[in-house]
Design a protein. Structure first.
Length: 315
């Protein structure tokens, strides 16, 4: 069998440990690339995989990593996962380090550009990027105004209205991928992850019953009661590398399940009264954001729902 060489950026991060394991199990030769090693992150982990220490915002480092990995494909997980312009001191992110206010925009946008520029110079054929459902404008809503929902379930055709630098940087990242696809023929995929939950770091409350919000007008301000398990992210990354017949650039929303004890329609009617009529289109535990496109085009099927029994926990 022909060797399949892949470079994973953000290689020290929580997502990388599952993506690397999935790809390795399916015959890929994996190299990790990050500016910090796995034993130095907040939840350290061990690996015997080749590791390239470097910075995404350096074209030279990106090209060195791609060359050393002999990469035909890249899984781009490296990013600042919050909006640094709203810190320090924000109550919802007290545990995050203090970084320059432009760090999210600089790393996420220019890092993606340099990586793609290195990829086209060195003949990389496919790039899969971890994007986010925050591109819609959900998540870190600076205005705190409820998100305007055009229809339910939301899909990849729904308008994006980002406000913060994290959301905006991911929108721009997707545009960078699409531009390189048009210009150089690189196949690119953006996986819009919904609240990643890891076996080594369970941070969502499952089986929840949100209280009524009778005075609420409009859609959500934060999230949509959905999450994606790290192992399902890994599955989707592999499928994105392997599935043929995709458009030059494709975006896919990705979740494992809702966190809700009740059917989604019931919760939407209770928490977002304005969306009651739209909610009639939701069936069972289907999320407010649809993963139908990923299921149909990638063959993605979530495997790690909390409803299947005790969630896997890695100490």
């Amino acid at each position: 069998m022909t060797e399949k060489h892949v470079l994973i950026t953000g290689g020290a991060g929580g997502c990388a440990r599952y993506v690397a394991a999935e790809l390795r199990e399916h015959g890929y030769t994996v190299t990790l690339f990050d500016r910090i090693t796995p034993d130095k992150v907040s939840v350290p982990w061990e690996t015997d995989l080749p590791f390239v220490l470097g910075d995404l915002t350096s074209l030279a480092d990106c090209m060195r990593a791609i060359t050393l990995a002999q990469a035909e494909s890249i899984v781009h997980l490296g990013a600042i996962p919050w909006n640094t312009e709203r810190q320090p001191g924000q109550p919802y992110r007290p545990f995050m380090p203090v970084l320059p206010e432009d760090e999210t925009m600089r790393v996420n946008t220019m890092g993606t550009f340099y990586l793609m520029d290195g990829a086209r110079r060195l003949g990389v054929k496919k790039v899969v990027m971890a994007s986010t459902f925050y591109v819609l404008g959900l998540g870190f809503r600076i205005s705190q105004a409820p998100f305007t929902v055009e229809y339910l379930p939301i899909d990849e055709k729904h308008p994006n209205r980002p406000e913060d630098t994290y959301s905006l940087s991911k929108v721009l990242g997707e545009e960078i991928l699409a531009a390189f696809s048009r210009a150089y023929g690189i196949q690119t995929v953006a996986l819009r992850l919904m609240g990643v939950d890891y076996p080594h770091w369970r941070r969502h409350k499952f089986n929840e019953t949100p209280q009524a919000r009778p005075g609420h007008v409009g859609g959500p301000i934060g999230g949509t009661f959905q999450y994606v398990d790290g192992e399902d992210v890994a599955q989707a990354c592999r499928l994105s590398l392997e599935v043929e017949g995709l458009e030059p650039f494709e975006a896919f929303f990705l979740s494992t399940d809702t966190t809700l004890a009740e059917e989604t329609r019931v919760v939407v009617e209770r928490c977002f009264p304005d969306l009651k009529e739209m909610a009639k289109n939701l069936h069972g535990y289907e999320g407010m954001i649809s993963i139908k496109k990923a299921q149909e085009k990638l063959g993605y099927q979530p495997k790690c729902s909390w409803r299947n029994g005790p969630v896997k926990v890695i100490k």
